[in-house]
Write a protein that binds this ligand. Sequence first.
Ligand SMILES: NC(=O)c1ccc[n+]([C@@H]2O[C@H](COP(=O)([O-])OP(=O)(O)OC[C@H]3O[C@@H](n4cnc5c(N)ncnc54)[C@H](OP(=O)(O)O)[C@@H]3O)[C@@H](O)[C@H]2O)c1
Length: 216
Amino acid sequence: MEKSRPKVILSAAMTLDGKIATKTGDSKLSSIQDKVRIHKLRSKVDAILVGSNTIKRDDPLLTVRHTKGKNPLRIILDSKANIDQKSQIIKTCKKIPTIIAVSKKASKKNIDKLKKYPLEIIITGNKLVNIKNLLRILSKKKIKTLLVEGGGTVNWEFVKQGLVDEIIITITPYLIGGKNAITLVEGEGFSLIQKATKLKLKKTCRLGNEIVLHYY
Ligand SMILES: NC(=O)c1ccc[n+]([C@@H]2O[C@H](COP(=O)([O-])OP(=O)(O)OC[C@H]3O[C@@H](n4cnc5c(N)ncnc54)[C@H](OP(=O)(O)O)[C@@H]3O)[C@@H](O)[C@H]2O)c1
C-alpha cells in the first residue's frame, strides 16, 4: 500500500538567537560549507517546498548548484497564485519541474497567467493551501521525501499539523535580534511545553564555525 504522505524533512539555517532572517528579510546565513551540505541534501530528496514570502524575499532557484546531483521537484505554497512572473522559479520552470500550489482564493486571472508556463498548478484549500491534501497528492505522484525550506510561517503549519519527521538545523554564529525578524517557527505557537512538538537528537556535526543539528 502507498504511504499517505511523503517523509517530511524541515531544513533551515538559524542564528544563535533563533532567527532565520533579519528584520529586513536578509537570510544569507549559511557558510559555503553549509551550502554544499544543503545542496547535497536537496539532491537526495524528491521535492523541495517553500512559502510565497520566501519567494518574494529571496527569489530563490531551489536547485542543486554547490554539488553535482539532480534537482528536486520545486513546490511553492502560493494561495493567491500571486508569484511574480519575473521570479527565478517562473523563469526556470521550463527546465526544472515546478508545482505552484494555490487555494480557492486564487483568482481566475492569476491562474490563467500561470497556465502560460510549463508548470503544474494544484488547487487545494479554501484560504491557505491545504497542506495535508497536497501531501496526499504528492504521495500519489511518487514523491517519497519532501524537504521543507521555510520560511517560519510555513514551518509552523507543518509543525502544528504534526507533519515533520526530521529537522536539520544549522546553527550559524550570528546574533541579529529584532522582534520582527522571522524565527525558525512563527505562527500562533503552542501554549504549553507539554503540547509542543518534542524531538529526539540523532546527530550533531561541527562544520567550521557552525553546528548542524539533526533531530528526529
Ligand atoms: N534561513 C533560512 O534557512 C530561511 C529559509 C527560508 C526562508 N527564510 C526567510 O524566511 C522569510 C519568509 O518567512 P515567512 O514566515 O514570512 O513566510 P513563508 O513561510 O515563506 O511564506 C508564508 C506564506 O505562504 C503562503 N501559504 C500558502 N499556504 C500556506 C499554508 N498552508 N501555511 C502557511 N503558509 C501558506 C501564505 O501566503 P499567501 O497567502 O500569499 O499564499 C503565507 O503567508 C524570508 O525572509 C526568508 O528569507 C530563511
